[in-house]
Structures are given as structure tokens and as C-alpha cells.
Write a protein that binds this ligand. Structure first.
Ligand code: HOZ
Length: 436
């Protein structure tokens, strides 16, 4: 396989220099700046299937897939043609369309517990709106989130957050009013007894728990058995709402989502990424009795000029049609498993302490001495120096992993066995270099 043939980054370097003059840190989303791994971010020009092509003419196997949405790979013909057709009709109306009804009905028919849904433009909007709704519904202010979970960058949720907030060393951002942050209680993810204890003390003040059912923002951490069930139990007992942030996990951990996979019913569900098929879409929804409080059927205000815009709806519909076909997801899950097993074996070949996690088509790797990584503390104890060296060695060989150890990896249906074999072979070389 001929990947990073030119081994140059001249244009990326120049572009990053220019970008820093007009864009804070040179990027429009912090993790992209390569702060966690050092060096220059790669500037891309085009993508096809499982591959990315940078401005210097190099080719990479992509395991970020735009942080999740590209489950079908880049530039899927049907999806692209659908978008092209829709572009000829209209870009946006700021008025109702048949497409948004179709997408709403489609998602409600697939995701258990989704009785009504409101489209927005990003995951951040979805979680922010779900929190407002939960507070209005319950008449309570306090919310519970988990350390290292990232639910977008709205004020109430940017407290002990994961993803870029963790990478930049600012898990609780300046600028969030203390009086607002005081209503956000943060607990360790996968710590069942802490959840019980909190609800025993403060249950009657808690509006909602929000959780990533599989955390994809402090690497990839699946729930331990009983954790999600305990959240449901506490919420039910204390009349709080359980909000599942499935922005990453939706249609990826299983075609019905992670909560369906773990057989736990949330009250509200937030979606994003995959449902837009690569265009900016988010959504929140759930029980009708709660969703009807949203304006204009209720008084909880939420709005957006581009919400439900026809291009994004058409793209989302075409994508969901394809990815919910029977037997679509299983081969992608199998490939994810092969990759994780292959990487683990390669590390073992070189006596490197290393482990992987997988949840459906999401996965992650850790330079850890632990057999399994299930907690924030274990993630924080991983060897970041080895991570950086491994990362750059893989990048040099044309494998594009997430440039931070707090991010998950994403597989697509476009990845082939040959791509995975190449990646494992490259990892063998990278692990061998780590021994020196
Ligand atoms: N917050 C995203 C990953 N968890 C990164 C978004 C981006 O840089 O595009």
C-alpha cells in the first residue's frame, strides 16, 4: 500500500502559520491544533472512502472519520448525489419541509424511547437544550455529569469536561459563571456507589443526569455492568431525568444506539454526527410528555434559523437509510475488533504495556499497565510520552489517528482488511521504535 509517499508537510506548515494570524490557535476546534502530540496539524484537501489526502500530496488511512459522522466513509456516492440533487432545489428556507418530517419519523422509528425529536445544528445545541428542558420539566436546577464526559461547550456542561477541554488542561473553562457551575455536580464515571450516595443526599434537587453511555471524550470508555442501570434506577426513584448523550454513540455502538445496546431507557436522547452524515446536524428528543414542553407547543424556548435545513436533512436521511440496512454494522464492528486485537498483539510482540477498548464501531488505545481501562483516573495515568511518539510514528507511516489521548477512534464501512493489516504492520514498526 502506497500511503505517505512524499513525507513532506511544507504546505501544512505554511498554512498553520497563516491560520494562526487570523484564527485563535490556528484552528476552529482546539484538538485539531496537535497541542497534545506536538508538531504541525495536517491540512487536508480531499477525502475518499477510508482515505484522506493532505495539501502536500500525502495519503492517510483515516481513523477519525470527522470524529464519528463518516460511518459510510468519505464521499459515499449515494449520499453525495443526494446532496447534489437537493442543492439544485434549495439550500435553506427557514421554513418547514417534508424532509425534516421524514428524518424525524425515521429516527423516531429506529431509536427506542424517541417519541418526539427537535432538530438543531450541533451536539452542543442538542445537549444544552436538553438540559434546559430537563430543568423546566423538573422545576430543579442541579444537574449531574461525569468527569471526562464532554457534552459540548455550553456553560452548564463545561465543568470537568473531556475532549479538547481536557487536552488543553482546562476541564472547567474560565468564563463559566461560578453560580451556574455550582449547579453542575460532577462524579467519577463508572463509580456506582458515588451515584447512589449523591442521590441519597441530594436526590430531590437534581433535575437530570447527563451521560455519554460510552464515553468518547476521554478516549473510549464503555460502561461497567450495572453503571447505566444504576443511573436509571436513581433517576426513576428521585423523579430526575436521564439524558443520554448519544452524539458519538448513536448509530455507532449499535444501529439503535448505545442505550438500546445496554438495554437502559433514557428520558431524553441527544444525537448528532452520524445523523447528519457529515453535515452539521444535532437533535434532541425523547418522551412526548417532556418534549411537548418545547416551544411552540410549550414554553421552553429553543430555535434556530438553519435547524432542519434541507441539505442536512437529505444527507442525514440518505445516510441513515444506508447504515440501518440489515447487516450493515456487523462487518464494521468486526473490523474494529480486528484492529484492536491486531494493535494489542503488536504491542505484546514488543513488550509494550498497552490495551484497547471497543464499543461497536468506536474504539480506543491506551499506553497503560492496566488490563482494562474503565475510569478517568486510569486514563490520566496513561503514558503520554509513549502516546506522542507512537502517534507521530503512525502519522509518518500514513495512519491518521486522533491527535490526543483523550479522544476515541472511529471505523467506517469503507475500511478494508488491507487497511487494517497495513495499520497493524505500521504499529509493529512504531512499537519497535518505542523500545529504543
Ligand atoms: N470535540 C471533538 C472530539 N471529541 C473534536 C472536534 C473537532 O476538532 O473537530
Amino acid at each position: 500500500m502506497n500511503l505517505k509517499s512524499k513525507k513532506t508537510d511544507y504546505k501544512s506548515k505554511d498554512l498553520f502559520k497563516s491560520a494562526k494570524r487570523s484564527i485563535p490557535g490556528g484552528v476552529n476546534s482546539p484538538v485539531r491544533a496537535f497541542k497534545a502530540v506536538g508538531g504541525t496539524p495536517v491540512f487536508f484537501e480531499k477525502a475518499k472512502g477510508a482515505y484522506l489526502f493532505d495539501v502536500d500530496g500525502n495519503k492517510y488511512i483515516d481513523y477519525i472519520m470527522s470524529w464519528g459522522p463518516m460511518l459510510l466513509g468519505h464521499g459515499h456516492k449515494t449520499v453525495v448525489n443526494t446532496i447534489k440533487k437537493q442543492v439544485d432545489k434549495a439550500l435553506t428556507f427557514g421554513a418547514p419541509t417534508e424532509l425534516e418530517v421524514q428524518l424525524a419519523e425515521k429516527i423516531c422509528s429506529i431509536v427506542p424511547g424517541m417519541e418526539m425529536i427537535r432538530m438543531v445544528n450541533s451536539g452542543t445545541e442538542a445537549t444544552m437544550s436538553a438540559i434546559r428542558l430537563a430543568r423546566a420539566y423538573s422545576g430543579r436546577d442541579k444537574i449531574v455529569k461525569f468527569e471526562g464526559c464532554y457534552h459540548g461547550h455550553s456553560d452548564s456542561l463545561l465543568v470537568k469536561a473531556g475532549s479538547g477541554a481536557l487536552t488543553m488542561g482546562e476541564p472547567s473553562s474560565p468564563g463559566v459563571p461560578e453560580c451556574l457551575a455550582a449547579h453542575t455536580i460532577t462524579l467519577p464515571y463508572n463509580d456506582i456507589s458515588k451515584v447512589s450516595n449523591l442521590f441519597d443526599q441530594l436526590g430531590s434537587q437534581i433535575a437530570a443526569i447527563i451521560v455519554e453511555p460510552v464515553v468518547g471524550n476521554m478516549n473510549c470508555i464503555p460502561p461497567i455492568p450495572g453503571f447505566l442501570e444504576k443511573l436509571r434506577e436513581c433517576c426513576t426513584k428521585h423523579d430526575a431525568l436521564l439524558i443520554a448523550d448519544e452524539v458519538m454513540t448513536g448509530f455507532r455502538v449499535s444501529s439503535k444506539g448505545a442505550m438500546a445496546h445496554y438495554k437502559v431507557s433514557p428520558d431524553l436522547i441527544c444525537l448528532g454526527k452520524v445523523i447528519g452524515g457529515g453535515l452539521p446536524v444535532g437533535a434532541f428528543g425523547g418522551k412526548k410528555s417532556i418534549m411537548e414542553l418545547i416551544s411552540p407547543s410549550g414554553s421552553v424556548y429553543q430555535a434556530g434559523t438553519l435547524s432542519g435545513n434541507p441539505i442536512a436533512m437529505a444527507c442525514g436521511l440518505a445516510t441513515i437509510d444506508l447504515i440501518t440496512k440489515e447487516d450493515f454494522l456487523n462487518p464494521v464492528i468486526e473490523n474494529t475488533k480486528s484492529l484492536c486485537e491486531g494493535l494489542s498483539q503488536a504491542a505484546k510482540n514488543h513488550n509494550i504495556s498497552f490495551t484497547t477498548n471497543q464499543a461497536g464501531t468506536m474504539w480506543g488505545y491506551f499506553f497503560s499497565t492496566e488490563a482494562k481501562v474503565t475510569s478517568y483516573d486510569q486514563v490520566m495515568a496513561c503514558d503520554t510520552d509513549k502516546f506522542k511518539r507512537f502517534y507521530h510514528s503512525m502519522l509518518d507511516q500514513g495512519v491518521y489517528f486522533a491527535p490526543a489521548s483523550f479522544e476515541a477512534g472511529f471505523m467506517s464501512s469503507a475500511h478494508t482488511k488491507e487497511d487494517i493489516d497495513y495499520t497493524i504492520e505500521a504499529a509493529n514498526k512504531a512499537f519497535s521504535a518505542l523500545q529504543n
